[in-house]
Design a protein around this ligand. Structure first.
Ligand SMILES: C[S@@+](CC[C@H](N)C(=O)[O-])C[C@H]1O[C@@H](n2cnc3c(N)ncnc32)[C@H](O)[C@@H]1O
Length: 554
């Protein structure tokens, strides 16, 4: 450790103690007034340095402090950093904006902080809460992209950030108050995983902490300077367990996933740690947006031309968007396409591609909300003279299904899918094709839900797997002899995939055979394994990790 780092380390611990005093003794502020005045003088100097630094760096690419080892996509946030504190923003003696009504912190960082805080304080979902915050703060274009990158990135690598912050602060992050803690996570993310200049990352975070918890700004300054003393690889070398003695712990800290999820992925990948690593890396990338060009209403190649995207690699309906907000596209507004991961398209289309003997008119989607697969199946049903019944137990999600299938031959039922045989609209032995897109942990779409890896717990599994078995049991009662059932999860956890499907089939009392699902996917698709089930993967196929089992009723 260098002299400078050692010195800062001492300051960080002193700061940590000060902040602790502030919280526990209330009036401790007075005892530290002198130190705070010093802090402010240093902060003012630092901000001047930062502006000079930002001006000097703009156009030069900044400093990339990270390398590829953690798999986090870096460098995209660089330009946004240059905006912080520039453009003639006049500040008062405390570093706050001198213009009334403007927050002390630049708007993209403020927006990212608010989203992160809402996720941790209110159990909000980042993908739902952030658009409203961006709208309220009138952030568009590069500012909105910067705020989004900071929000998603910070939430994704929270585990690694917390380990580093714990070491830098000299105490467990759990013992730091929630507001400065989230601000520190945001600051450490900028320092370790983006090209934001260190001065900008530190001073903007200290400003943010000062606006939230004035007593903690000196502490935040010291902790961040300690964090900035090493790059992420050096931190990980110091903190991560050895890859030889504790491979799961090593991967978990290095690639910021909970250990139980690393273990589950490794098991689903047959214990191949190299491939597990590639998956973890992929989970930390910004996910692409895929559209589904609805069959009969649009052609994927034409939609790709229209939106400036590219046709998908596998699904005949897939279009890869280059960027931008899909909600603003005419093709979506006009119902010619919808947003849907390519893997979801593939598993829904596989159900439609399976052979059935006899009639092919009555299709059933037993877990339809919010309606992505019902939209594709409804469009295919329209082409083939069939009709889809879409079942969803949650009222608000059933409304989303109704919106998604407008104009298609789909009947939406707001009911429990397990009522097959008890509900007159869900008779037994009736449907030709049935989809069970079961509620699951969602471990296959961690790229899209940055907070979910930290929110999900192994204790979620028993209730989910019971529901999965019951819904698949209901589907096996609903399908007629000779008809097919597709069981789908957006999770590769073997307890939710192989265990749920084999247990449900065994307990159903209905004669069923597994159909080889691989030929139901586009010809030549690589990496589909030995069958009869199929597991798609982000690192192999660029899709969410969808699982598909197809069963034919005897
Ligand atoms: C994985 S999501 C389905 C996603 C959907 N197929 C799509 O492509 O948009 C599972 C859905 O099942 C619903 N669900 C949960 N329990 C259910 C039940 N007992 N009966 C019907 N739907 C249920 C959930 O509310 C959720 O909307």
């Amino acid at each position: 450790m260098s002299d400078r780092t050692g010195q800062v380390g001492g300051t960080a611990r002193a700061g940590a103690d000060r902040s602790h005093d502030d919280r526990t003794q209330g009036g401790a502020d007075r005892r530290h007034d002198d130190r705070r005045r010093d802090d402010r003088r240093h902060d003012g100097q630092r901000r001047d340095d930062q502006r000079r630094d930002d001006r000097g760096r703009s156009g030069q690419g900044g400093v990339d402090r990270g390398r590829a080892r953690d798999g986090v996509d870096r460098g995209r946030a660089r330009d946004g950093a240059d905006r912080g504190g520039r453009g003639g923003d006049r500040r008062d003696r405390d570093g706050r904006s001198a213009r009334p009504g403007r927050p002390a912190v630049d708007l993209p960082r403020q927006a990212a902080y608010e989203a992160i805080e809402a996720v941790h304080r209110d159990d909000a979902y980042a993908n739902l809460v952030l658009p409203g915050i961006l709208r309220d703060r009138r952030l568009h274009g590069r500012d909105a992209a910067f705020a989004t990158e900071l929000t998603y990135g910070t939430l994704r690598v929270r585990g690694t950030l917390d380990a580093i912050l714990t070491a830098a602060a000299g105490r467990d992050v759990a013992r730091i108050d929630p507001q400065p803690r989230d601000a520190l996570r945001l600051g450490a993310y900028q320092l370790l995983y983006t090209r934001v200049p260190a001065h900008a990352a530190v001073s903007s975070t200290v400003d943010l902490v000062r606006s939230l918890a004035p007593g903690a700004s000196g502490f935040a300054n010291a902790v961040l300077r300690e964090v900035a003393g090493k790059d992420v690889d050096t931190w990980l070398t110091e903190l991560a367990p050895s890859a030889e003695s504790d491979p799961v712990g090593h991967l978990a800290l290095t690639y910021s996933h909970p250990e139980w999820i690393v273990r589950a992925f490794s098991e689903a990948l047959g214990g191949d740690l190299g491939e597990t690593t590639r998956l973890l890396i992929e989970d930390n990338q910004r996910p692409p947006v895929h559209l589904c060009a609805r069959p009969g209403r649009a052609d994927a190649v034409e939609v790709a031309d229209e939106v400036g995207g590219a046709p998908g690699a596998f699904s005949p309906y897939a279009v890869y968007l280059a960027g931008g907000a899909p909600g603003e596209l005419a093709v979506i507004a006009e119902g010619r396409a919808h947003v849907q991961d390519e893997g979801s398209q593939l598993v829904a289309a596989a159900l439609a591609a399976a052979e059935v003997d006899g009639t092919d008119e009555r299709w059933l989607d037993l877990c339809a909300g919010p309606g992505g697969k019902a939209g594709l199946l409804g469009a295919l049903a329209a082409q083939r003279g069939a009709r889809l019944t879409a079942v969803e137990v949650a009222e608000h999600r059933a409304r989303l299904v109704s919106q998604a299938v407008r104009g298609l031959p789909v009947t939406v039922l707001t009911t429990d899918g397990r009522t097959v045989g008890r509900d007159q609209d869900l008779p037994e032995n009736t449907f030709d094709r049935v989809l069970v897109d079961a509620p699951c942990t969602g471990l296959g779409s961690l790229r899209r839900r940055p907070e979910s890896r930290w929110r999900r717990q192994p204790s979620d599994l028993p209730a989910l797997t019971r529901l999965q078995r019951e819904l698949l049991g209901a589907a096996l009662r609903a399908v007629r002899p000779g008809g097919v059932v597709a069981y789908v999860t957006c999770s590769p956890h073997v307890v939710e995939t192989h265990v749920s499907v084999t247990e449900a089939a065994r307990r159903s009392g209905v004669p069923v055979d597994f159909v080889d699902a691989r030929p139901l996917l586009p010809a030549g698709m690589p990496g589909l394994g030995d069958g009869p089930t199929v597991q798609l993967w982000p690192h192999r196929h660029g899709t969410d990790a969808m699982f598909l089992a197809v069963l034919r009723r005897g």
